[in-house]
Design a protein. Structure first.
Length: 156
């Protein structure tokens, strides 16, 4: 990724629409962004090359099967960098961990964890959290219902 660059109004408009549907064609985007399809293609290619757009992903519904989502708040016991980095590497490598956020307040980290069911969550907690000496304690809040789910960033 190159350095941060300024995005003009056209770039922001493209990002707005692509965050909602990355499969839209340049011809289709041209109906919402005042540029030619070829200009749109060039801009999108440039934003992918410079790291402004880092991925095009499919958001999967629960039609693929039931799942359990949890917010897990971690309070660290060891703040020494090697211990924390080791924990972060393990969490980052685990596909059940969708997000890792450093937070302010009583806890140090908040995780978004997705598993098949409660038994799978217990296995995750036992293997990843309970015996890690870097973690002083953790609290889990299970998500009952998703009312809104988006990774889109506002482009205003």
């Amino acid at each position: 990724m190159t350095g941060i660059r300024d995005l003009d109004a056209h770039d922001r408009a493209l990002l707005h629409w692509l965050q909602r549907d990355a499969l839209r064609t340049a011809e289709d985007l041209a109906r919402d962004v005042a540029l030619s399809p070829s200009a749109i293609t060039r801009r999108v290619r440039r934003m992918r090359e410079d790291g402004t757009i880092v991925a095009d992903v499919a958001i999967v519904s629960d039609r693929v099967g039931a799942f359990l989502s949890a917010l897990v708040e971690l309070q660290l016991d060891r703040h020494a960098l090697p211990h924390v980095e080791g924990l972060l590497r393990r969490l980052d490598a685990d596909p059940r961990v969708q997000a890792i956020m450093e937070v302010t307040g009583e806890h140090d980290l908040t995780l978004m964890v997705v598993v098949a069911d409660m038994a799978a969550y217990n296995r995750f907690a036992d293997t990843m959290l309970a015996n890690d000496p870097t973690i002083r304690r953790y609290e889990t809040r299970f998500i009952k219902k998703r009312r809104k789910w988006s990774a889109a960033r506002p482009m205003d």
